[in-house]
Design a protein around this ligand. Structure first.
Ligand SMILES: [Zn+2]
Length: 167
């Protein structure tokens, strides 16, 4: 069984105006650093890496938005694409997460080695497997040229979204 993502329509979603209009994703700087460090480490070993984004969903007049406060990597890495994106791998990540109060899985990240930042068909299926129709963001990092991009993915159609890094 894939872990169930808590519904973003849950009544406990806090109503609070987002810091910047039109931006749905806010990430702590230290989380960006930990993701890019993870991707860099993998790159040195010629491996792609994978992790989950932990944080909170909030809402305002524009709709839902997400604040990412941490990343769960748990040292889970594999060098074969089929292994890395298996349900077992992602279930393992969920299992290894500390159950922090109020924190939930709001996205996932992985690296691409020298092929740029986009969501492949496999990535789109992985995203749909984790989030279904609920809010969730996919971050792709290419450590070969230090690029990073964030995507939402509705109806199997990835869309690049702006993100803001919070100190
Ligand atoms: Zn990918």
């Amino acid at each position: 069984m894939m872990p169930k993502i808590i519904s973003s329509n849950a009544p406990e979603v806090e109503f609070r105006a987002r810091p910047v209009k039109g931006v749905p994703l806010y990430i702590k700087e230290e989380t960006i650093v930990s993701m890019t460090d993870h991707a860099d480490t993998g790159y040195c070993e010629n491996k792609e890496v994978l992790g989950l984004l932990i944080g909170h969903i909030l809402k305002d007049d524009e709709g839902m938005y997400v604040r990412v406060t941490g990343a769960a990597t748990s040292g889970l890495e594999a060098d074969e694409v089929s292994v890395r994106f298996s349900k077992e791998t992602i279930e393992g990540l969920f299992d290894s997460m500390d159950k922090c109060e109020g924190d939930m899985v709001v996205g996932w990240y992985h690296s691409h080695l020298g092929i740029g930042c986009y969501l492949s068909d496999v990535d789109i299926r992985t995203h749909a497997g984790i989030f279904g129709d609920e809010i969730g963001f996919a971050i792709v990092i290419d450590p070969s040229d230090s690029t990073l991009a964030a995507f939402s993915c509705k109806d199997s159609s990835p869309q690049k979204v702006p993100l803001i890094v919070l100190a």
